[in-house]
Design a protein around this ligand. Structure first.
Ligand SMILES: [Fe+2]
Length: 194
């Protein structure tokens, strides 16, 4: 199976000032594309040559997983950002957030703390467990809740430096504060109800 760069749903400059044009050009157009090209090369002649992406993410390790994980992670990352985001969750997703974290603001605080405290490169996730409750996890490098078999990812916040350094230099805290402003809860609700 040959993987291709998914279409970006907005213009490269559309997320500014939260995430600037140059960051999207590099992050989407170079980093994300490189993971896809690497994956296509690495799976040739292996048992994953004809597998779908989720199967590879779940079952691979080493270099194949590193690239497959990053392809999956960057797809949800860019897909859940928008220049015209739904600013807050509603309905069943809001109920699940309240049940699991107390309130929407408690959830945001806990998620931000997780993203800020992750050492080195990785991702903070909101995911749905098999029992329907929600949880937050930190994963190093390309890790995600599919690979670690914890549940269904709903939000993936990329805290690799390549996602914020051009805009915020070393101030990850400012990147996270502005990440909330472009996070589209409509896209997340669509994943939640699937
Ligand atoms: Fe990234």
């Amino acid at each position: 199976m040959k993987f291709e760069l998914p279409r970006l749903l907005y213009a490269v400059e559309a997320l500014a000032p939260a995430i600037g044009k140059e960051t999207v050009e590099f992050h989407y157009g170079k980093h994300f594309l490189t993971y896809i090209n690497n994956l296509n090369g690495l799976i040739q002649g292996t048992k994953f040559e004809h597998s779908d992406l989720e199967t590879i993410v779940r079952e691979s390790d080493g270099a194949i997983f590193n690239n497959a994980g990053q392809v999956w992670n960057h797809d949800i990352y860019f897909r859940t950002l928008s220049p015209f985001p739904k600013p807050e969750p509603s309905g069943k997703l809001l109920e699940a957030i309240k049940k699991s974290f107390g309130s929407f603001s408690d959830f945001k605080e806990e998620f931000s703390r997780s993203a800020l405290s992750l050492f080195g490169s990785g991702w903070t996730w909101l995911y749905k467990k098999d029992d329907g409750t929600l949880a937050i996890s930190q994963e190093q490098n390309a890790g995600n809740p599919i690979h670690s078999r914890m549940g269904t990812p709903l939000i993936g916040c990329d805290v690799w430096e390549h996602s914020y350094y051009l805009d915020y230099r070393n101030k990850r805290v400012d990147y996270i504060a502005n990440y909330w402003k472009i996070l589209d809860w409509k896209a997340i609700e669509d994943i939640f109800v699937k």
